[in-house]
Design a protein around this ligand. Structure first.
Ligand code: IVH
Length: 679
């Protein structure tokens, strides 16, 4: 393809995909099928590979994450990000309106009411309509530059939909909003974290904050984060807008998601009605809404009312009380998980809360338990955190009796008596107390249950009860022992009928042939969830190839970030794990990847999976012809030489690319060598 043709096609694809992204992610109203979208997207990816200089920072291909950072840089905001005055009282909402009316006598005050989104506040700066910096709130004046992470959020426009501006001078806009973790995806991410041996998030807000703190934007791209925008921090060069309602419309037209509902109220009674309406509606929103934000609509009046040291006088947040209940905490137990993590659990007198009866609640970890000073015998307030997992919010101190004794965290594992240690695992935000005995019964049970789980090796009948019995009776120490179980031995277990034993043994037998990714996930390697295991399966033909790869090689795989790469590499270097792999091999388990084969089928050919860089003028082939041949042979053409380049196809007058290839020791081909390679 000629360059000029490529440029024109690039503009068309970028524009088209931007419109489709907006229709899909912002308006929830896709105009084309997923397949059609994927086709356009792939075309853009390929085009940018062939002409790398066409790729700009606002291309839709920039939404998948890039290189991991070592730290975030400070990002000063053009105007401070303030907070809001809060209240739980309707009376104080009336006081707020009265105060404003006194400050602005003779003015007709019109208020807006909108959801208060319980997420993480962010500031996006656009310069000449392109997103340049995205930052957290930080101390209100300066935040962390998390641009790479924010770019992965599909509904955030990398470029504004067109506004001609007022002067032709440089246009700068700061847009304020909230990044959130959708309620729906929350349970799933926690289940995946449990499966990968990671700490769970307490609520969707923590999940959003934890995701945005990741230094590896590729990992962020895998989270279903979304964002809503509700204000402007700074605007210059754009057509002035006189009120909040119009700003939200403008933001929406420019490509942003704005609050689900906006009420425009003529007086304070209408404000209170809107607050009540929002309270019933908010349960249907995709994000947690912990309150209503009441704002003065007119921007000139806002200016006149001014700000206090931390919050504007023209806005206020009314917070809805969370659904809570009081109950007696009769004891605290410790659960030991598959990875040895010790989690304190509150055992409660059953109580009805937000639709279900709760008898246990998580106390998260030792630090949390100490901070709240929760004791057995206390009356506690529990809450459905993020409307999902019940958690203990606080102790009702007025009801504490002398019998309530402080909880002593065990200094050894309550399950096996083994040593516990408090080491921070890579990728974890805090230190977790863990049992260090690999042969702890609780860990063994957990590992077996996880191996048999539907998402892993899918062995029917291998649930919690079976895992407990197998370990308790010493029939199984690790997952490889499942493959030497016999009917006679199984029948020694209590309440084990012949039929269930046969079914279980059959399931175990079938599992020998499962695909590599299931086995990898089943092994329960830290941070390796099902998604990561599938990526590994697509990239390695055999378990041995994976076990032998370096951290750098692992790091280059799509969806495998630095944390996963480190964890995998370390796992395969532990002697106990190597022995386990050998036992599984002996038992006849499949170590080959069908996912890899599927991929190979699509791209089979002499250059399958290889990256080639073209440079200089070839004697007979044009650049397009060479590109076509490389692609037909399953290869990819790249514009720049790196360690990842497999071949450089060099012709006459090849310059710096050839030099770089020589320096890096990349294989260099001339045209006839290239043609004979293709056969
Ligand atoms: S307006 C000058 N509107 O709540 C402050 N804030 O508790 C302007 N928030 O820092 C903020 N939803 O992070 C505004 N619809 C909404 C909001 C909202 C959530 C957050 C925001 C703010 C915090 C204050």
């Amino acid at each position: 393809m000629e360059r000029s043709e490529a440029e024109a096609r690039h503009i068309k694809l970028v524009h088209g995909l931007r419109i489709h992204d907006h229709a899909y992610y912002v308006m929830a109203n896709p105009a084309i099928s997923d397949q059609e979208y994927d086709r356009l997207y792939r075309e853009l990816v390929d085009l940018e590979k062939a002409f790398p200089d066409l790729m700009t920072s606002d291309s839709p291909t920039q939404k998948v994450g890039g290189k991991a950072l070592s730290s975030f840089s400070p990002a000063p905001h053009l105007t401070p990000m303030m907070s809001l005055d809060n209240t739980y009282s309707e009376g104080e909402v009336r006081d707020f309106a009265n105060r404003l009316q006194k400050l602005l006598p003779n003015e007709k005050l019109i208020f807006t009411v909108e959801p208060k989104i319980d997420g993480v506040a962010v500031n996006l700066r656009y310069e000449n309509d392109r997103l340049t910096i995205g930052a957290t709130r930080g101390d209100g004046t300066t935040g962390d530059d998390i641009t790479a992470n924010l770019k992965t959020i599909r509904s955030i426009p990398l470029a504004l939909h067109f506004d001609a501006g007022i002067t032709g001078a440089k246009k700068i806009l700061e847009v304020r909003g909230e990044v959130y973790f959708p309620k729906q995806g929350f349970a799933k991410v926690n289940a995946e974290r449990v499966a990968a041996g990671e700490e769970t998030f307490a609520n969707p807000r923590n999940a959003a904050a934890g995701s945005l703190k990741q230094l590896d934007s590729k990992l962020v791209a895998q989270r279903p984060l979304d964002a809503v925008f509700y204000g402007i921090g700074h605007s210059s060069g754009y057509t002035p807008i006189s009120n909040h309602q119009k700003w939200l419309e403008w933001l929406n037209n420019s490509g942003f998601k704005t609050p689900e509902r906006l009420w425009v109220c003529q007086n304070i009674d209408e404000v209170l009605t809107a607050i009540h309406e929002l309270d019933t509606l908010r349960k249907t929103f995709r994000y947690e809404t912990d309150g209503a934000v009441i704002k003065l609509n007119d921007l000139a009046l806002r200016e006149r009312s001014g700000v206090t040291s931390k919050a504007p006088r023209w806005a206020m947040a009314y917070k809805y009380a969370a659904e809570q209940a009081e109950t007696l905490l009769h004891s605290i137990s410790i659960q030991v998980g598959r990875t040895g993590a010790l989690t304190p659990v509150a055992e409660l007198t059953p109580v009805f809360l937000a639709g279900s009866t709760i008898s246990r609640a998580t106390l998260h970890n030792e630090d949390e338990l100490r901070r709240k000073d929760v004791r057995a015998g206390d009356t506690v307030v529990i809450e459905k955190a993020g409307e999902v997992i019940p958690a203990v919010v606080r102790v009702v101190l007025e009801k504490r009796t002398d019998r309530a004794v402080p909880f002593l965290f065990p200094s050894s594992c309550p399950e096996c008596g083994g040593k516990v240690s408090k080491e921070m695992q890579a990728g974890e935000s805090g230190a977790v107390l863990r049992c260090t005995n690999y042969f702890c019964a609780a860990q063994m049970r957990g590992r077996i249950e996880h191996w048999c789980a539907r998402g892993a090796m899918d062995i029917e009948g291998g649930g919690e009860v079976m895992a407990r019995q197998l370990v308790q009776h010493g029939l199984v120490k690790d997952v490889s022992d499942l493959y030497s179980l016999t009917m006679e031995r199984l029948l020694t277990l209590e309440r084990m009928g012949e039929k269930s034993a046969r079914n279980f043994l059959e399931g175990v037998e079938i599992s020998k042939g499962r695909d590599l990714w299931r086995l990898l996930f089943g092994l329960g390697i830290f941070h390796v969830g099902a998604g990561g295991a599938k990526s590994l399966g697509r990239n390695f033909a055999h378990l041995d190839d994976l076990a032998a790869s370096s951290v750098e090689q692992l790091n280059e795989i799509d969806d495998v970030g630095a944390v996963i790469a480190q964890s995998l590499h370390a796992w395969f270097r532990e002697e106990l794990n190597q022995q386990l792999i050998e036992r599984l091999r002996k038992a006849g388990l499949n170590f080959k990847s069908a996912l890899y084969k599927e991929r190979a089928l699509v791209t089979s050919g002499p250059l399958s999976g290889k990256t080639v860089v073209l440079t200089g003028t070839l004697p007979t082939l044009t650049r397009e012809q060479a590109t076509e041949k490389i692609e037909a042979a399953g290869g990819k053409v790249s514009g720049s030489v790196s360690k990842k380049t497999d071949y450089v196809l060099a012709g006459e007058d090849a310059g710096s690319k050839l030099e770089k290839a020589q320096k890096l020791g990349v294989h260099i081909l001339n045209e006839s060598q290239f043609l004979s390679l293709l056969g």
